[in-house]
Design a protein around this ligand. Structure first.
Ligand SMILES: [Zn+2]
Length: 67
């Protein structure tokens, strides 16, 4: 599927730029909260990321969201 092939590298690139894959916002401005020992970043578009040190981000898994 061409669409998916295009979107996945785009999302990867956005995350490598420390930006939200949904809205492109800089994640350093997103509010942080510590849940189960992990630092989560809450984007204003409702997407949640795990902060993995040195300012790198990945999408949070569903089981990492429950507080
Ligand atoms: Zn966002």
């Amino acid at each position: 599927m061409i669409f998916k092939k295009f979107i996945e590298p785009l999302q990867f690139w956005l995350l490598s730029q420390r930006r939200c894959v949904g809205c492109g916002k800089d994640l350093k401005d997103a509010p942080r909260k510590t849940v189960k020992g992990k630092t989560l970043a809450y984007c204003s578009c409702k997407r949640v990321y795990v902060v993995e040190g040195e300012g790198s981000y990945r999408r949070a898994l569903v089981n990492e969201l429950a507080s």
